[in-house]
Design a protein around this ligand. Sequence first.
Ligand SMILES: *Cc1c(COP(=O)(O)O)cnc(C)c1O
Length: 398
Amino acid sequence: MNIDFINLKAQYHAYKQDIDSEIAKVLESSAYVMGESVRELEINLARFCGCKYARAVSSGTDALLLSLLALGIKSGDEVITTPFTFIATAEMIALLGARPVFVDINERTYNIDVDKIRTHITPKTKAIIPVSLYGLPADMDSINAIAKEHDLAVIEDACQSFGGLYKGRKSCNLGSQTIRSIGVTSFFPSKPLGCYGDGGAVFSNDEKLDSQIGSLLNHGQVARYSHKYIGLNARLDSLQCAVLNVKLKHFENELKIRQELANAYNSGLKKIDSQNYRLILPYIPESYVSAYAQYSVRLSPKAPDAQYPLSQKILQDKASKRDSLLKALQEKGIPTAIHYPIPLHLQESLAYLGYKVSDFPTSEAVASEIFSLPFSAFLNKDEQDYIISTLSSELQKL
Ligand SMILES: *Cc1c(COP(=O)(O)O)cnc(C)c1O
């Protein structure tokens, strides 16, 4: 069997008629930039998340950059975030000359450990960017409360969690009225809601922030050729918006299927046992719903771990065991991915921050064990059964 990691082609074929005709409409309209589909998408997105404002933008990365700009983050400021995320989260902070200040993750949710945030707040701290990793919202109420205490802004990096829920509220709209808060997401093709190229969105409930972001994404323009801010070109094309408007109609249904598939993975993988290794399955706290951007598990030795921080030798042994498992799966037609093998505090581009190995032991340990299995609303039952049984037999061999 040859399985797709994310079956985007099957999704396209399922909605092809609608997608092709909406694309054709944009082509005929010749309004390729800021066409009707853009405004329509923004209305649909805001409605989906139950928030007042949404702006379609060119990528999740630009959504982060625009949010930081709108919040006035500048050189010398500090912004608290997690080292266990995609580079863009910290990269946009650094690009503005501000300092990403990392706080380790919770060992079960893989999201920022809220109990560790306070000790990292200094007079220079201006904002917190929690990431809702793999589709599971961060503990936003606790984070918003800390932000309120210290007069900080919050940007939820919901690039992976569009469609996720936290206490009945939609990810991207988990801010608080009493602080400045923004949600950002990405429509990169492999995200829960993806377009056919790069795309993203910025969400808020604050009219001033929203109109500022609306200007910033279009060269800081407030009226034709009148530029109030230094901004950028971060508009989302009409074509991508047209595609997203179609896909959004099917999104609730896809989310339902994603839950069912995740549950099926959980119950199949739970039964797997081997002598030396176990799989740690996704942990979803009560009153949270993950959008399952990734279905990620950890290959963990049954023998109890040494004390954190784990030595380089132990971390490397874990990672190389995982590599051999993933290689065996690949040979059986099962692609996998690692999100993410190197925590951000150990990335070369961020070496100037001065962090070192062992600074964030939980992130380092999880990075050495985690891997993601094929997942999308178009993964079929036979494929999933094959993945579970192959994983089971390969695990026995470790
Ligand atoms: C994908 C992703 C981004 C960046 O989104 P792009 O659309 O690829 O620019 C940022 N943060 C996280 C957590 C992501 O997963």
